[in-house]
Design a protein around this ligand. Structure first.
Ligand SMILES: [Zn+2]
Length: 337
């Protein structure tokens, strides 16, 4: 089997995706619709959305992300995003996904978290009920909002647990604050039944990844490719169970790692567990299969492509049983204390 055949097989096979942000899954057409409804001049048409996809580094991307979030004015708008996301999962035959949902962003927008959560939950539950696959949630805090805001995300979850949430992550500007500032946040996760994950090694180098490992003890690292500059750290990752959820198009678009310079293959061949994901497919204009195509372009063999696809299921926080059909999440009703 050559790489082209392996990619064709992958297109048809059930896949898992573990690094996917709800807001970043917005389709360009939805963005135009949201902007119109909000009376915003930001995204007047599809050409304007495409133009905004060419941004200047990670700060440029975060500014685009902020503009997208500013258009979200109601739980129904978040339901629109969730529908864009589930339509994509169906189209791409992604039968298991872990989706970052950010109570911190909802809070900043002045919206009621529980109302937003219920709107998103209804869409995800419908997707599962119709047998399209399982979705689990990673509650997301924003690093540059600081540790107090991250604690508030956990306070919310402690008061009103969302059964669909299986993990907690830290995204945003990796260089804004050091990992150790969030150590007390991550120490609460075990008691709340949330697995730890963190964005690190995206624009940060090996020190950022090493700090994240030391202070936050993640089970997976979103991106993590910045670890490649330190052979001892790479060996440590290879010995550990920590997987890297790598997003090649995202790294290329933000300039963090232009595709030809991505160290993903070196990490994989050093024995590090790697999964592939799209990060923000609506904003980067990519698909999960597109990410596998990038990996093949870098020289991955069919066996390596298949191994990465398997890791997507193995590194999941709530992996489905081998022969188990997709099941709806239990206890989707709002819980009030
Ligand atoms: Zn991300």
């Amino acid at each position: 089997m050559n790489a082209a055949e392996a990619l064709r097989a992958l297109r048809l096979r059930p896949k898992a995706e573990l690094h996917l942000h709800l807001e970043g899954s917005v389709r360009p057409a939805t963005l135009v619709r949201l902007a119109r409804a909000a009376g915003s001049p930001l995204f007047p048409d599809l050409a304007a959305v495409r133009a905004r996809r060419r941004f200047d580094g990670l700060p440029g991307f975060l500014s685009l992300y902020r503009d997208v979030c500013r258009l979200l004015r109601s739980p129904a708008d978040f339901a629109l995003l969730a529908r864009d996301l589930t339509a994509r999962l169906r189209r791409e035959r992604i039968t298991y996904a872990e989706v970052y949902v950010s109570p911190a962003i909802v809070d900043r927008l002045g919206l009621d978290w529980l109302a937003v959560r219920d709107a998103v939950e209804a869409v995800f539950a419908g997707h599962e009920r119709r047998g399209h696959g399982r979705i689990r949630v990673l509650l997301d805090a924003v690093r540059h909002f600081g540790p107090d805001a991250a604690h508030r995300v956990l306070d919310l979850h402690a008061r009103h647990p969302w059964p669909r949430a299986v993990g907690f992550g830290l995204g945003g500007d990796e260089l804004a604050l050091p990992a150790r500032d969030f150590a007390s946040v991550y120490r609460r996760l075990d008691r709340l039944g949330l697995a730890p994950v963190v964005h690190a090694g995206e624009v940060g180098g090996p020190d950022s990844v090493a700090d994240a490992l030391r202070w936050l003890k993640p089970r997976r690292i979103a991106h993590g490719v910045g670890a490649a500059g330190d052979p001892a750290l790479v060996r440590r990752l290879a010995r550990s169970d920590v997987a890297l959820d790598v997003c090649l198009t995202s790294n290329d678009a933000t300039g963090a790692f232009p595709l030809p310079r991505s160290p993903v293959l070196a990490l994989l061949r050093a024995g590090v567990t790697v999964t592939l994901a799209t990060d923000d497919p609506g904003l980067f204009g990519t698909t999960l299969l597109g990410e596998y195509r990038c990996l093949a372009r870098l020289g991955a063999t069919p066996l390596e492509l298949a191994a990465v696809a398997r890791s997507g299921f193995r590194a999941a926080f709530a992996p489905p049983g081998r022969h188990q059909p997709p099941r709806p999440a239990t206890g989707s009703a709002r819980t009030r204390s």
